[in-house]
Design a protein around this ligand. Structure first.
Ligand code: HEC
Length: 196
């Protein structure tokens, strides 16, 4: 009898370990998938932006950031069943770019790392967070300012007058200017509900 209960206890413990290893494996696979989708987002948006700037000029390209970026996050969110958004500490569009508490903490950390001049690109962060609605895998990846961003997010000297006028018209509370190359403009944030 004792032997049987010892056997059962060992079996239960092994099964629990196996389940844990399996769920770790699932989380790792999910992280890889998230990395791929975030690469896809960045590649698609940056090529749409470059094409629009080249073909139609910066004033029309504003539409790309205004409509293409949110529609791309929506399409990818729908396709993957995740919540994908762009967030920033200095937002242009307060309707969709405002970070939540977790995102804010990560954005502040990214800025601190940039200020400390950490060598190489700042890596994305992912973390499992228990929230009242469930367990989530949260992921956030900094979006650095490159030369192409300056036309619409740079200092006064970088932003053509027509673009500045259009931006004030569309975003009267715009806080997303005055950036220089290499600063963090914001981040791509992905939130995935984990099934237990
Ligand atoms: C042609 C103008 C233009 C260029 C170039 C541009 N942006 Fe934007 N960006 C905008 C506009 C307009 C919005 C507001 C979009 C909206 O209404 O959701 C925006 C919003 C954002 C946001 C969302 C947070 C917020 O402030 O609302 C991020 C992050 C962002 N841009 C990053 C970048 C990065 C990084 C680059 C360079 C790779 C870049 N942008 C280049 C016009 C531009």
């Amino acid at each position: 009898m004792r032997r049987i209960s010892f056997f059962l206890a060992t079996l239960t413990a092994s099964l629990a370990l196996l389940a844990e290893a399996n769920s770790d494996q699932n989380t790792e696979a999910l992280k890889t998938q998230i990395d791929e989708v975030s690469d896809e987002f960045i590649a698609k948006l940056s090529s749409a932006l470059k094409n629009a700037l080249k073909a139609d000029g910066p004033v029309s390209a504003i539409e790309v950031c205004k409509t293409v970026a949110p529609s791309l996050t929506n399409t990818l969110s729908g396709r993957e069943g995740w919540n994908i958004s762009r967030v920033s500490l200095r937002i242009r569009n307060p309707m969709i770019g405002s970070p939540d508490v977790w995102e804010q903490a990560q954005l502040i950390r990214f800025d601190e790392m940039s200020a400390e001049d950490v060598a190489g690109p700042i890596a994305a962060v992912s973390e499992i967070i228990e929230e009242p609605q469930g367990r989530y895998l949260r992921y956030i990846r900094p979006l650095k300012v490159q030369r192409v961003c300056l036309t619409c997010h740079g200092t006064k000297d970088d932003i053509p007058e027509q673009v500045a006028t259009k931006l004030v018209e569309l975003y009267p509370h715009d806080r997303a200017t005055g950036y220089t190359i290499g600063q963090n403009r914001g981040a791509l944030s992905i939130k995935v509900l984990l099934e237990d």
